[in-house]
Design a binder for this molecule. Sequence first.
Ligand SMILES: [Zn+2]
Length: 285
Amino acid sequence: MKRLHWAAPCVFGVVLAALSVAERRRPLRRRVEARPLHRAARNATMGVTALVASAAVEWAIVRSAGAWAARNRVGLLHHVRMPARVKEVVGFLALDYSIYLWHIVNHRVPGLWRFHLVHHVDRELDVSTGVRFHFGEMALTVALRVAQILGIGVDRQTLALWQRLLTLSVVFHHSNLRLPIGLERPLSRLIVTPRLHGVHHSERKDESGSNFASLLSVWDVLHGTWRVNVPQRAITIGVPGQRDPRELTIGPLLTMPFRPQRPAWPDGDQPTPRLLPLPPTTLAE
Ligand SMILES: [Zn+2]
């Protein structure tokens, strides 16, 4: 049992290391930070504080909510008759759909956006961005997790599988890895890929308001929030209202959600859409 307990963190560590090496060998977007080591240390520190918050919430609330829901058969799937395997697939899809909606809510609700903003102000995108979340955002995710457990009624194993795949997906799609376009085009139809998520981190408001999926990309396709024809070389990563490097160091980042907020897009929406040669559904290089 102990070996199994350590298997998931070990797989995560290996994938993180492999992606870090691969994204340096085959970079997708050019780097802009003058001091890459400072940025890596900053993102790692944010990652550790987020991990501690996430583990504390999981231990204190989510585990007991899960046990209580299972004991009392709370959640939709407990009351629907279907084969166990089908139930697992439906539970998995419902979990993934709910985090798609949660991500949209994080962009639309000001009280949540001030935490999610900290993730978006990174001026580059790579595996370190995939762990760089504000600890407050991780703690607030408890609301989603409890709603998932009590609403869906998913079993523990399916929830654990989805959480592990989601974690791997998050570091993968934040990576700066240039995949062959012939591979990424079909792959992006199934899961969120680096080019797909690069558009979501664009400083253009119309582009950051797209590609909200975290694991399966189908939710963006179904909801019309799928936007893929923007070339990565045309994208500036970040948030226009937060570009001052002095405010993007560790201290200001940790206190950012608790301070008065500046408009993230001081100039409002972009009045003119980009002129793009590819159809909206074709992934651009
Ligand atoms: Zn986002």
